[in-house]
Design a protein around this ligand. Structure first.
Ligand SMILES: [Zn+2]
Length: 414
């Protein structure tokens, strides 16, 4: 195993540094791919610092295609790679886009060796080695796009442990019941039937075990993409119909490119920090602030209860925005809702500044819209930087904080 120490050689932000933690705060090893067909620790560091405004590179280790391991941070550094799980995870990134490339032997072996070394150093067991997609809130993230069950199995073999069967959860639901919607985390015979069908169609859902895990989720998404329907990883009526009618198109599935860079841009942090639920019309009906937010934006009666009317309005909204019409508020619909401008723009409410966790709200969105940065409603480093730039241009004091003075410059009309 060849490890090159680059801890003090990569681009860093002069003004910011990552927070530190104790070793025993570390509970997971996170495996990523870079989602770029080529790259290096140097290039990722430049991108994370110069383009995203982060303190330094997001990953602790970067593994090159030839198996060279680049050591970027001590494990105690809380760098950015899995949003709100950053505090508990060490990140390894394999250079490559494994939605379209395959992982070569040298790189795979080096990553396995490195992971074993870290498991040993940090006292982490094999079941706590997770792909990015397996972290809470990242079900939608195609990272690292390798089979993590196999990866863990190989780790266990190399470590001499037997973990067979340890992933089967005991609360398996048997029976002929066919649920209307199946999504990640569901278990049962209807999931088993789904996996069999996916397998039959060549979409390899992983073990046919009746558990809707990350591989089944991934297979559903590949199927949806291939069938030309909305890609949300949820099996509802539309997907079910497509599954029964699907004739296949040989083995060349259309593979869509992943996002150009892997990492926890702020939108990713947003999903995690808000841990937004998938909202849908079920019994008992779902309730909460998030339901209210949806109702406001789709023009349903705002009572915080996701019922029939809300579902109809969500469908209308989806139809108008060219989304797959299923009445379910999943990641795609959430993103579309985020882009909707509220009719009444908020006026100045409070001082906005970079804090941990990030401040959020419609006032932040309004600032972001005005400054042409991604509108996610979270006052993160990119927003702060844009505010500083704005203040510099306006010739007012540059502190990255939106107080009454900066606000009045941003919105002279109020
Ligand atoms: Zn990732």
């Amino acid at each position: 195993m060849e490890i090159i120490d680059k801890r003090n050689q990569l681009t860093q932000n002069r003004n910011r540094s990552y927070r530190q933690r104790s070793r025993n705060a570390i509970q997971n090893i996170a495996i990523h791919h870079s989602a770029t067909t080529s790259g290096s620790a140097e290039a990722f560091a430049r991108y994370h610092v110069n383009n995203l405004g982060w303190p330094g590179i997001g990953y602790h280790y970067v593994v090159d295609k030839d198996g060279t391991i680049n050591w970027c941070h001590n494990a105690e550094v809380v760098s950015y790679h899995v949003g709100n799980s950053n505090g508990r995870a060490v990140g390894i990134c394999m250079v490559g886009d494994f939605t379209q490339q395959s992982l070569g032997e040298a790189q795979r072996n080096a990553t396995l060796d490195l992971t074993l070394m870290l498991m040993d150093q940090l006292n982490i067991s094999v079941e706590n080695v997770w792909g990015h997609i397996e972290f809470p809130g990242y079900e939608w993230k195609q990272c690292p796009s390798i089979n993590m069950e196999n990866f863990r199995r190989e780790l266990a073999e190399r470590a001499g442990e037997d973990i067979s069967g340890s992933y089967r959860s005991p609360n398996y639901v048997a029976g002929v019941r066919q649920r209307n919607y199946l999504s990640r985390g569901d278990q049962g015979d209807d999931v088993l039937a789904l996996q069999e069908r996916l397998n039959e169609l060549g979409f390899k859902p992983g073990p046919i075990d009746g558990i809707f895990g990350p591989q089944t989720y991934d297979a559903v998404q590949r199927f949806q993409r291939s069938a030309g329907i909305g890609v949300d990883g949820i099996v509802g009526p539309e997907t079910r119909t497509a599954l029964s009618n699907y004739e296949g198109n040989g083995n060349d599935e259309e593979i869509e490119h992943a996002s150009p860079t892997d990492e926890p841009d702020e939108s990713e942090e947003r999903f995690n920090s808000e841990s937004r639920r998938m909202l849908r019309h079920i019994r008992p009906m779902m309730r909460g602030e998030d339901v209210r937010e949806v109702q406001q934006k789709v023009g349903a009666m705002v009572d915080g209860v996701f019922g029939n009317e809300t579902e109809q309005k969500v469908r209308e909204f989806q139809r108008q925005h060219g989304l797959s019409v299923d009445g379910i508020v999943g990641p795609q619909t959430w993103r579309a809702l985020d882009r909707v401008n509220g009719d009444n723009q908020p006026s100045y409410q409070r001082l906005l500044s970079l804090q941990s966790p990030y401040m959020r709200g419609d006032d932040v969105k309004r600032v972001q819209r005005e400054l042409n940065v991604a509108v996610d409603g979270l006052y993160g480093p990119v927003t702060e930087r844009a505010v500083r730039n704005f203040q510099r241009q306006e010739g007012i004091s540059v502190d990255g904080i939106v107080g009454p003075h900066t606000w009045s410059r941003l919105f002279p009309g109020g």
